[in-house]
Design a binder for this molecule. Structure first.
Ligand code: ADP
Ligand code: MG
Length: 247
């Protein structure tokens, strides 16, 4: 069981090709990370997997445990088990965090089945405790007036509560402070499971001080150009991406 991306090509509406044949397989039970220079297409890849409307897939496939992801609507992809952090609204005025998460959970249940409110709150509070989140966040509107670190915690809480099969995290935020890094790490590490695959996109080797990936990929110019074990991240930290120029 895995998320398999095969020869994926995607372009902007003006015809500019951004993904130029991406090949990647994330088996359940593994944490993979993608690193690479700015502008190489890392964020685009995660958006295309989630179904972002700005990109047109021109060829290739994304298959999750045998299911064709590219055929699915955006919300279907998320209900099918793909979690992409930024797919979720940044701010939802008037909707409390607890109700937002509850609605998202409800949407994942079979027709006619009701969420067990007592069990739901018990689980929510346990996960909030794990992330050291104050209970007052359950009543606050989603992300409204949250600080950067609070949003990050909330994003990880959403991921933990939705129990996805494949998690895609794009840590683009250059402002991630050490606390935020630790929250991301704690969330990802707690989500490690034989039943789940994780793809972590990051510019920061230091995030990998807290999360040990099984596989490290390097993306450049719209393709995965190199893959290796955790030691590859250390080499990149030391030597940078100069090897790309001679490749
Ligand atoms: P990375 O995340 O690796 O830094 P991106 O996927 O964000 O790279 O971007 C890859 C390239 O595609 C960049 O040159 C970027 O400017 C361009 N690009 C991505 N999305 C858009 C968009 N919606 N409109 C215009 N250019 C885009
Ligand atoms: Mg990016």
């Amino acid at each position: 069981m895995s998320l398999v991306i095969t020869d994926l090509h995607a372009q902007l509406p003006d015809g500019t090709e951004i993904l130029k044949g991406v090949n990647l397989e994330i088996p359940k039970g593994e944490v993979h990370t993608i690193m690479g220079p700015n502008g190489s297409g890392k964020s685009t890849l995660s958006k295309v997997i989630a179904g972002h409307e700005s990109y047109e897939v021109t060829s290739g496939s994304v298959v999750m445990d045998g299911e064709d992801v590219l055929e699915m609507e955006v919300d279907e992809r998320s209900r099918a088990g793909i979690f992409l952090a930024f797919q979720y609204p940044h701010e939802v005025p008037g909707v409390s965090n607890a109700n937002f998460l509850r609605a998202a959970r409800q949407a994942r249940l079979p027709d006619g089945e009701e969420i067990d409110a007592v069990a739901y709150y018990k689980e929510l509070y346990a996960k909030m405790d794990e992330l050291e989140m104050d209970r007052k966040f359950t009543a606050r509107a989603v992300n409204e007036g949250f600080s950067g670190g609070e949003k990050k915690r909330n994003e990880i809480l959403q991921m933990m509560m939705l129990d996805p099969t494949y998690c895609l995290l794009d840590e683009t935020d250059s402002g991630l402070d050490i606390d935020a890094l630790k929250i991301v790490a704690k969330g990802v590490n707690s989500m490690r499971s034989p039943d789940r695959g994780v793809l972590l996109i990051t510019h920061y080797q230091r995030l990998l001080d807290y999360i040990k990936p099984d596989v490290v990929h390097v993306m450049a110019a719209g393709q995965i150009v190199k893959s290796g074990g955790p030691e590859l991240a250390l080499e990149l930290e030391k030597d940078g991406y100069d090897f790309l120029k001679t490749a």
